[in-house]
Each structure stands twice: as C-alpha cells, then as structure tokens.
Design a protein around this ligand. Structure first.
Ligand code: ADP
Length: 401
C-alpha cells in the first residue's frame, strides 16, 4: 500500500484526503471546521467520509484549539472508524500552499528554508500562506519522519511569458515590491488541461486549451501544449473573472474615485472588492445557484449579475483564443463550471463563427464525469471535466519523494 495524505489548511479549517496511489482511490475525506472558535460556538465540527463499497460518513463536535489538535482529532477518527494507520500510513503528506511567488515552480519538499520562504511570501497572500504554514507545522508533528511536500497554486503559471505577467507600471517599483501576475488555481488548471488531452486522446504537446475554473473563486487559463501561457488572476486572486464575492477586473481609477468621493479607505476597499462584490454585490446572492434561480424568476439584478459574469468569461475566451492563435478545447470545471448548464451555454453563446458551439442536449444531460458538450462536428471541443486538486497534489508529491 502506498498512500499520500493531502492537506488543505485554512485559517480556521483543515481539509484532508488520504489517497491510495496504486489505484488513486480515496480512503478518507474529511473536514474540520471552526478551529480555534471560542465562546458559545466553541465546538469545532469534524466530518469524515470513508468512501468505498459501503461508504460511511461521521460527524462529531469537539473543541479544537489549533491545527495541532485538529490532526489529533483526525488521527483519533482514523483509530475509531478506519482506515488503519498501521496498514495505510502515508508515504508523504502533500500540502496545498497558495502563493509560491517567483521562488517555487513545482512541488517542493518542505525544509526549514522552504518554510521561511512561504512565510516571507505571506505579504502577497496574507489570508492564505500563514494558514497553510500552520497546517504544515502541525502535520510535521502528527506525521514525523516522512516527507512533507508543498504544492503551490501559483507554480503551474511559472511558465507565463513576460508579456503576460508584466503590469505596465514603473518597472523599478514593480520589481522592488514583487508586483507581477502570478496566477492561481494552477493545480486545477494543470490537472484539467492534462485530463482534456487524455479525454480527447490527443498529445498534450499539440493542444491549445482554455480552462475555465469557475468555483467560488474563478479563473481562466490559456494552456499551450500543456504549458500555462496566460491566466486571469494576477498579483492576487482578485483580478479577472467575476466571482462569488470578488469583483474581478476593474478600472483601477475606481479605487481613487471611491476613496475621494465616498471616503473609503484601503481596508474598506479591500473588503468591498474581495467580500462584497461580484455576484453578491450585484444581486445579493453569492452562490450561482441562487443567482440563476432568481434570474429565472424575473429578478433584474440577478439577471444583470449573470449577464456581467457571462460577458467577462466570453471576453477572456476571445482574448485567449487570440493569444493562443487558435483553440482546440475549452474546458469547464469547478462548482459552477461542472454544474451549471446555464453558465456554460451562456458563456459561449454566439461564438459559432469561431467554431465554438454547445449542444443543448449534451449540455443539459445531467451526466457527471468527463464529457463533451459540443456537437461532434464542431471544430472546438467544449468539455466538462471535474477538477481534482487533491489527486493532483498527491501525484505531484510522488514525483519528488
Ligand atoms: P471553491 O472555489 O470554494 O472550491 P467550488 O468549486 O466547490 O468552490 O464551487 C462552489 C460554487 O459552485 C458554489 O458557490 C456555487 O455557486 C457553485 N455551484 C455548485 N453547484 C451549482 C449548480 N448546480 N449550479 C450553479 N452553481 C453551482
């Protein structure tokens, strides 16, 4: 048996998957929420699912003070319900780390120096890197003696050419403060673009693909021969597509205007653009399901939110098709991309002149799993491919240990 434990550590949550790598099956899938919650809501919630022929799910509530304790709770659940750590002890632990800056281009075995670098990069991802590091430190206590591997969300975009990653601002200032496009969701874009080549039975090296990762956060990526050449998120995950609560692209002068006229300071603008904008800001609903339902019931704000969301996607599809010099496949993934036929057909409506079409029946078939939703004769394959970032992290772990 050769298993890898994959950890996605947030400031108050710990998601984990234990994956058996010989057949890439999930042995346990868990989430511990509200870590460090005090007061009346002092209990953390732990949900673990043990898939397999007789899938079982358990939920329990405990006070969990920090990530070190969260790992104890996880191991106690394994002891009680399985899988047995004696038989399935991981050969490595893979950690999702959001920001790898310009330093980390691939999966990296964690050393003290790597941790110092992850901490240093926290200024570029203040909400994520410190929480990722808490997870690494706690996991090293819980699983000593095996390699811990950091897999960075930014790494897949290390191949962006300078023309795509450079912002047209003062070059010295940009260099000093590390201002450039880094891009995120790289683990997903990599997994999905490779899966698309597999699905189409075409060599990855000859495929021009646009991946649309549409979840709570959303980003587009232009992939040329398996290599990321452009992506919509930038210095931070705020740029690009419209998201659940994030604005995506804006005229930067809007910030000066709101500062001068509405008296909003930096902290308020940060909060406004990251947490109160996007679908939520436009319609009052941050979840695409609610937006689609409300729009269907004639809510004009929800309809506008949906229209703006789709308009922005189409904008990037056009830009990336031009940048790639053609496109063989457009792939939808993540919560919205995998589930919303309305978004898929709306985003690509009217692009028939470019060889891009969605077959209504295939699009609404309700099938899960990898599928083609364009007509067979259509020059551009439009696909839906469920992402699997945990599996990608586990696979990348095995390449470096
Ligand atoms: P995250 O970015 O947090 O990983 P996911 O990729 O799981 O998010 O996507 C979550 C989002 O997917 C939800 O906020 C919801 O808007 C959207 N979603 C899930 N199911 C549907 C659906 N059937 N139709 C439209 N949107 C959906």
């Amino acid at each position: 048996m050769s298993t890898v434990l994959v950890i996605n550590s947030g400031s108050s949550s710990l998601k984990y998957q234990l994956i058996e790598m010989t057949n890439e099956s999930v042995l346990a899938n868990g989430l511990i929420e509200r870590i460090g919650a005090g007061g009346d809501t002092g209990s953390s919630k732990h949900t673990v699912t043990l898939p397999g022929s007789e899938a079982r799910s358990f939920t329990s509530e405990h006070p969990v003070a920090d990530h070190t304790e969260a790992f104890k709770v996880m191991l106690a659940a394994f002891d009680k319900h399985g899988p047995s750590m004696a038989e399935n002890h991981p050969v490595a632990v893979g950690h999702r780390v959001v920001h790898g800056g310009k330093r980390f281009f691939g999966p990296t075995v964690v050393t003290d120096l790597v941790k110092i670098n992850i901490e240093d990069l926290a200024e570029l991802a203040p909400l994520h890197n410190p929480a990722n590091l808490d997870g690494i430190n706690a996991a090293q206590v819980a699983f000593p003696g095996i390699p811990h591997v950091a897999v960075f969300d930014t790494a897949f975009h290390a191949t962006l050419p300078p023309a795509a990653y450079t912002y047209a601002i003062d070059a010295g200032l940009a260099d000093k403060y590390r201002v450039r496009r880094y891009g995120f969701h790289g683990t997903s874009h990599k997994f999905v673009s490779e899966a698309a080549a597999e699905y189409l039975e075409r060599p990855l090296g000859e495929l021009k693909t646009i991946v649309l990762h549409l979840g709570n956060g959303a980003s587009a990526c232009a992939v040329d021969g398996g290599v990321s050449v452009d992506t919509s998120m930038g210095l931070t995950p705020l740029e690009g597509l419209v998201m659940g609560t994030r604005s995506g692209d804006l005229d930067p002068a809007i910030l000066f205007h709101l500062n001068r006229k509405a008296g909003l300071g930096f902290a308020e603008l940060d909060e406004l653009l990251n947490r109160k904008s996007g679908l939520l800001g436009l319609s009052g609903h941050g979840d695409m399901r609610d937006v689609v339902t409300a729009a269907g019931e004639g809510d004009a704000d929800a309809q506008l939110a949906l229209d703006v969301y789709l308009h922005r996607i189409k904008h990037y599809v056009g830009a990336y098709a031009a940048g790639l010099g053609g496109v063989d496949a457009i792939v939808f993934t993540a919560g919205v991309g995998e589930n919303s036929d309305v978004v898929r057909s709306g985003a690509l409506a009217g692009l028939e002149a470019f060889g891009i079409a969605v077959d209504p029946e295939r699009n609404t078939s309700g099938h899960r799993g990898r599928r083609r939703i364009s007509p067979d004769e259509s020059p551009v394959a439009v696909l839906v491919i469920p992402t699997n970032e945990e599996l990608e992290i586990a696979r990348q772990c095995l390449t470096v240990i």
